[in-house]
Design a protein around this ligand. Structure first.
Ligand SMILES: NC(=O)c1ccc[n+]([C@@H]2O[C@H](COP(=O)([O-])OP(=O)(O)OC[C@H]3O[C@@H](n4cnc5c(N)ncnc54)[C@H](O)[C@@H]3O)[C@@H](O)[C@H]2O)c1
Ligand SMILES: [Zn+2]
Length: 365
């Protein structure tokens, strides 16, 4: 099949293109090569059989890129927490207006299959159990608590300590920042499009994706990239809060494989539908463990726990990805320890365009 991969020059998109090629499919890349994602004078050469350098908010560029495609894998988005609230229009523009333009053009072109890069950020705080009240949903943490080093959310009813659990897809959504809100709105738009245009859509709610080709640390990057970039500079990874935040780190090759499986599965479906699937390794780890594993694999320096915090961050969020395994037959193949060892040695996306090892990642890994 011929697949349009939006954001195909990015971290995950470039791995999706490689996985599509390996599975015998063709890909067209549409990417605006945003400076926030590709800082530096020379943007990377996007992978794929055909490339349109253009913006998903631009109808003409989207219509051009859609010519002759069977399905769309929508990865293009502004990612991360951004610098401050002033970034909000940019996030909403790229992520939500961009998705609306893409979906409208797909409807016009009769392209009915969509895989969307969703995110676990739609859940807000993960799932917790109170010893007295059972399943509870703590609200955003108060800044006074964070400042005082009280990082664990407490039971909203009795203040007891809570046990974190795994979120399933039916957990209530509760986006806590602009980026999270835009990722949720993308899903709502995709569901509305599926109903109105007879589309078949899957959102893969990625957890913390890491691996070769990850961008260097910018306000738009993920935590694994902050740590990896610090180590590359010979500095200790700086771990916020007390390092006990639980996440699910999933390797980018496993995420790329999930995209290919979802694209192939959609072709089997007849009726219009929208479904969301958690996409996590199923192996929760703390941020502190991740920093430690990376530092050890890199040969130091050891991480430092700083007690700093970011207001939009949640304490724990880990996935139950059983549905993706059972319904689409997905198997994450890269275990945490091996993935972190590999990532400690792998190249990050360089600010001045791809270096030789980045180029390998773009075309083949
Ligand atoms: N990295 C993670 O851990 C993670 C977790 C959950 C979800 N996601 C989602 O995965 C997708 C890919 O993220 P990534 O980590 O590869 O980020 P990335 O920044 O490396 O890649 C995103 C790509 O999209 C392009 N892009 C952004 N806005 C665009 C626009 N308006 N028009 C055209 N191209 C545009 C950028 O130039 C970039 O190449 C995003 O949708 C993101 O929300 C990522
Ligand atoms: Zn309670």
């Amino acid at each position: 099949m011929r697949v349009l991969v939006t954001g195909g020059a990015g971290f995950i998109g470039s791995h999706v293109v490689a996985a599509l090629t390996a599975a015998g499919h063709e890909s067209v890349v549409l990417d605006a090569l945003l400076p926030s994602a590709h800082p530096g004078p020379t943007p990377p050469a996007p992978p794929g059989d055909r490339t349109v350098v253009g913006d998903v908010r631009d109808r003409e560029a989207v219509a051009d890129a859609l010519a002759g495609v069977d399905a769309v894998c929508h990865q293009a988005a502004m990612v991360g927490l951004g610098k401050d609230f002033a970034d909000a229009p940019l996030y909403v523009g790229c992520n939500d207006l961009g998705t609306a333009v893409l979906l409208a053009e797909m409807a016009a072109a009769g392209v009915r299959d969509l895989v969307l890069a969703g995110s676990m950020v739609v859940y807000g705080e993960g799932r917790y159990t109170c010893p007295r009240h059972g399943a509870v949903r703590p609200g955003p943490r108060a800044e006074a608590d964070l400042r005082a080093g009280r990082f664990e959310p407490r039971c909203p009813d009795c203040g007891a300590e809570l046990t974190p659990g795994l979120v399933a897809e039916d957990a209530p959504v509760d986006p806590r920042n602009v980026y999270a809100s835009t990722k949720l709105a993308q899903e709502h738009l995709a569901a509305a499009w599926a109903r109105a245009a007879g589309g078949r859509a899957v959102s893969l709610r990625y957890h913390n994706v890491y691996g070769p080709g990850m961008p260097r640390d910018t306000p738009y990057a993920g935590v694994a990239s902050f740590f990896r970039s610090a180590l590359a500079r010979g500095e200790a990874p700086r771990v916020y809060e007390d390092g006990g935040q639980r996440r699910d780190f999933v390797h980018v090759r496993d995420v790329a494989a999930a995209n290919v499986l979802a694209l192939e599965a959609l072709r089997e479906r007849r009726d219009s539908s929208f479904a969301a699937y958690n996409t996590g390794s199923g192996e929760p780890h703390t941020i502190g463990e991740m920093a430690g594993a990376l530092a050890a694999a890199h040969g130091g320096p050891d991480p430092v726990v700083t007690g700093e915090y970011r207001l939009g961050d949640v304490r724990h969020v880990t996935a139950d990805s059983r549905a993706l395994r059972e319904e689409l037959g997905w198997r994450p193949r890269v275990p945490f320890a091996e993935g972190m060892r590999d990532f400690a040695a792998a190249a990050l996306r360089s600010p001045g365009g791809p270096r030789r090892e980045d180029a390998v990642t773009l075309s083949g890994a």
